[in-house]
Write a protein that binds this ligand. Structure first.
Ligand code: DAH
Length: 342
């Protein structure tokens, strides 16, 4: 072998190696690619090394340099392939859009909130917007403007915490009727969800702090027909084909006043523990807004009339979800509440 032949064989071995490595797919296993590389050049490389020893002395120096240059070239080419492989792997990890995401627990709405949202949704379709008012309320809004005479026995059910200064924790959402009418001219149709506070003991059907939803519609020519039609439609939408009844009642801020019952959903009216054997569930109090309330809010009671209602969504949630004890809704036991997630 002459020196020229030696150098051109070294060149060809390098080219053969490049061909193998450039045509290899970067996702192939490295040892498989190296195997193919060996098959292509190993024998020729050994033969070349052997030929080096047989060259004339004066050629060995430049032949040796050529051989080392070939070894370096092979290392570089293999290094290039390994870098291509790493890049392909990294790119694969970044853009694998087919991998399903792991779902994170982001919390969920409380059963009472689910009921409130559903009720608000139904009344929104009937033309009602949502209004809010303060939980720390002035006695005049909580009682006086709502036509409670001073020391009236109706106030006994409404004992509450009196705060320093003039305010108290409101005992119902009805004061927001007055605040809304002071702020907005009729026609007014609002739903008022919020927390209220009472002297009640924590027992299976009472809580000292609970949610209420108030409803109020004031306009010219509103009559009891509007009250009954709207509330019956609400019951039909919320409970399905519900049978309802209205019973005469008393509230200082309505005249006349009525309680609405819905046929018990648990027993279909036959009477069960859930409805205490009556076959009916008390859902809400309602009535025609008392003219004294309209006047207290600055509304002309000769021109305008209105109707209102108040209900407790926790009681409705108990009925909806078949809960025997209202306290379950206040325990914040996630393992229990989780079953209502939707
Ligand atoms: N505020 C009453 C309560 O807490 C509920 C109520 C009854 C509200 C009749 C009303 C209503 O607006 O018309 O017991």
């Amino acid at each position: 072998m002459t020196l020229d032949e030696f150098q051109s064989e070294a060149q060809e071995i390098g080219d053969a190696a490049r061909q193998v490595l450039e045509s290899a797919d970067p996702v192939e296993r490295l040892d498989v690619v190296k195997g193919r590389l060996n098959a292509a050049i190993a024998e020729r490389l050994t033969a070349l090394q052997r030929a080096l020893g047989k060259l004339p002395h004066e050629d060995r120096r430049s032949a040796g340099q050529g051989f080392n240059a070939l070894k370096n070239r092979l290392d570089e080419q293999l290094g290039d392939f390994e870098r291509r492989q790493a890049a392909a792997k990294g790119a694969g990890e970044r853009v694998d859009l087919t991998m399903p995401a792991r779902e994170a627990w982001r919390g969920a709405r409380h059963p009472v909130t689910l009921v409130v949202d559903e009720i608000v949704g139904i009344f929104r379709e009937l033309g009602f917007t949502v209004a809010l008012g303060p939980e720390a309320e002035l006695p005049w809004y909580n009682f006086g403007a709502l036509n409670f005479p001073p020391d009236h026995p109706a106030m006994e059910m409404h004992d509450t915490l009196y705060l320093e200064g003039e305010a108290l924790l409101r005992t119902h959402t009805s004061p927001v009727q007055v605040r809304t009418l002071q702020r907005y001219e009729p026609p007014v149709r609002v739903l008022i969800p919020g927390n209220v506070y009472r002297r009640d003991f924590f027992d299976p059907s009472h809580a000292p702090a609970f949610m209420q939803i108030e409803g109020l519609a004031v306009d010219e020519g509103i009559s009891f027909v509007d009250l009954k039609a709207t509330l019956s439609e609400f019951a039909r939408r919320f409970f399905g084909t519900a049978v309802t009844r209205f019973r005469p009642s008393f509230f200082p801020f309505t005249e006349p006043s009525a309680e609405m019952d819905v046929q018990c959903q648990l027993c279909g009216g036959a009477g069960c523990a859930g409805c205490k054997g009556t076959g009916w569930m008390e859902i809400l109090g309602s009535g025609m807004v008392h003219p004294a309330v309209l006047e207290a809010a600055g509304v002309d009671s000769e021109r305008y009339t209105g109707w209102a209602f108040g209900m407790g969504p926790a009681r409705i949630a108990m009925q909806r979800f078949g809960l025997p004890d209202i306290r379950l809704l206040y325990d914040s036991d996630v393992a229990f509440l989780e079953q209502f997630v939707r």
